[in-house]
Structures are given as C-alpha cells and as structure tokens.
Write a new protein. Structure first.
Length: 318
C-alpha cells in the first residue's frame, strides 16, 4: 500500500537522481579530457598559474556549478519535504481516506510508523546517493570550486549532511501536513520553513567548536587549505585580546594609509611592539566533526518534530 501510494514520488526522485548523476558524470569525464589537453602542473587549484585553467573550466561548466553549488543544497531538501512529506498525512484528510485507513485492525500508530519508517529509509538512501555522486564529481572540480568544508553549499551535499537534511525535510513536511491537513498549504509552508532553517544552520557552523588562531601573516595559507575563516582579533604585548592597537601607534607614512604596502609596514611595526594581528579559523581537519555535529542537530530536530506530529495526529485523528 505504501508503494502504491508513493511510487510516483519514489520514481520521480530516482529519475532526477539518475539524471543528475549522468550530468555530473558527463561533466567530470569531459573536464578530465579538457585538463589532459591543458596540462598545467598542480591544476586546477588556487595557484596563480592555474588561473586560465580554472576560468576555462568555470566557463565550460557554469550551469553545472550553479546547479550543484547554488540550487541543489536548498532545493533538494525543500522538494523532499514538499513532495514526500507534505502529502503523507494531508492527502489522507483531503480525500477522507483517513476515516477508513485509521479505523481498521491496523492501529494508527502502526500505520504511521510503517509509512514514515519505510519512506524515511528511502529518503536517507537517496540522500546518501546524492552525497556519493557529488563527492565523486568533486574529485575532478575540487581545485575550482574549493574544498567542501569552506563552501556552505557543498558542505550540505557531501558526507552525511545531505541524508540528514533530506530526512529532516521529509519529517518536517509530514508534521506540517498533520497540523494543516491540506497538501498544497503544507507544501508552501514546508518550503518556507526550510528556506528559513537552512541559512540559520549555515551560520551556526562557526559555533560548532572554538576557532583556532594564527598570525595574520598565515591568512593566505589558511585560506588556500580550505579553512573556514570566522574573524580576526588583536593581542597586546601581554597576550590579552584587545579591540585594536592604539590609533596613534605606528602611523602610516603619508600616501600609504590605504595601500597594501603601508598596511604591511604598520603591521610589522606593531608586531615589533608586541601587538599581533590574529586570524580565527576552523581547519579543514574538522570536516567530519562538523558533519556529525550538524547531522546530530538535524536528527534531534527530526525526532522532536516527528514525535510532536505523531502525538498531534493521535489526539486529532478526525
């Protein structure tokens, strides 16, 4: 019964994943041929000699980049929540089939548990499949789009994050439909809630751990390694954090106030006096730590929302 009622969503999602997989595979194979024809040591990558290669790849696969980096991270969970979760209960109320399905020998709790459980497994499998495809694609384009850790869009498409997002969106859509009891309204609200939650989770990543600090002179190296930069700070000669060095200390020479050379001279002068500019960052080695933290947060939210929906439905089944 679950398959008969939801096979359209399952087959459509499988078809979309297959189409995306073909697109990613074709672009990766073509990019491999392109790189073989434009052999530059260490490219693609952040090095200066890779500029032409990186630009060539960006122009060649601009639409693929937009789909993977700009659209898919948010649109994927939104579609799962709207087309898998929202119709789950709302459609039963709209069609009145709940009066029959929920009065049989199978209890409502078992009915919900079976349908939600089976579909949840499929959602997780689909999310992991997406993660595997994007991860394989990144092995070719990593030097152009950058490491997944520092790219908020990619971070939510690889590892366990994609599956966690898709599962959360599915249960969220089902919970909203249990309250609103209207499929279209539930779909719209699900889209809106996910659009609100997604950026909150992106900005919350900086709080997953205490950032490390390094001298500002290591800024470029840290950035090239794919770290997440969270801010900067100053320390005085005693090692205490301060808002900034005294304004009248090491004034720049006339005409150099806004130049990079003038800023570098001032930083060197301040360093000699014990005032050190620091950069705060999360190293790329924290990728899996942040992945599991985000997955745990989404899993907890999924359990909370799902439990609330179950209690609501059991109390207001008619």
């Amino acid at each position: 019964m679950t398959w008969r009622q939801h096979r359209a969503q399952v087959l459509a999602t499988a078809g979309l994943l297959l189409g995306l997989g073909v697109l990613l595979l074709a672009s990766a194979m073509d990019a491999t041929r392109y790189l073989a024809e434009h052999v530059v040591a260490g490219c693609p990558g952040p090095a200066e000699q890779c500029h032409d290669v990186n630009v060539g790849l960006s122009q060649r696969y601009g639409l693929v980049y937009q789909a993977v980096l700009g659209i898919l991270p948010l649109l994927g969970p939104a579609l799962i929540g709207a087309f898998w979760g929202a119709p789950l209960i709302g459609r039963e109320f709209e069609r009145g089939t709940n009066k029959l399905a929920w009065t049989q020998s199978v209890t409502l709790g078992r009915w919900l548990g079976t349908k939600v459980g089976l579909l949840a497994v499929l959602v997780v499998v689909a999310g992991l499949a997406l993660s595997a495809m994007v991860g394989a694609w990144l092995s070719v384009f990593d030097g152009v789009v950058g490491p997944a850790f520092s790219n908020a869009g990619l971070f939510n498409l690889v590892g366990v994050a994609a599956a966690a997002w898709w599962l959360f969106a599915f249960v969220l859509g089902a919970a909203i439909s249990a309250v609103l009891r209207r499929t279209l309204a539930s779909m719209a609200v699900t889209f809106a809630v996910i659009a609100l939650v997604f950026p909150i989770m992106v900005f919350a990543r900086d709080a997953y751990a205490e950032p490390l600090r390094a001298a500002y002179t290591e800024y470029e190296a840290i950035l090239d390694q794919g770290a997440i930069l969270t801010g900067n700070a100053w320390t005085d000669p005693s090692g205490r954090e301060i808002a900034g060095p005294p304004a009248d200390l090491c004034p720049p020479a006339p005409g150099e106030a806004d130049s990079a050379a003038g800023q570098q001279k001032r930083d060197s002068c301040l360093a000699e006096r014990g005032f050190i500019s620091m950069v705060e960052y999360h190293p790329v080695s924290r990728f899996w730590r942040f992945q599991w933290i985000q997955a745990a947060i989404l899993a907890a939210a999924t359990v909370l929302v799902g439990t609330g929906a179950l209690v609501w439905t059991l109390r207001r089944r008619h």
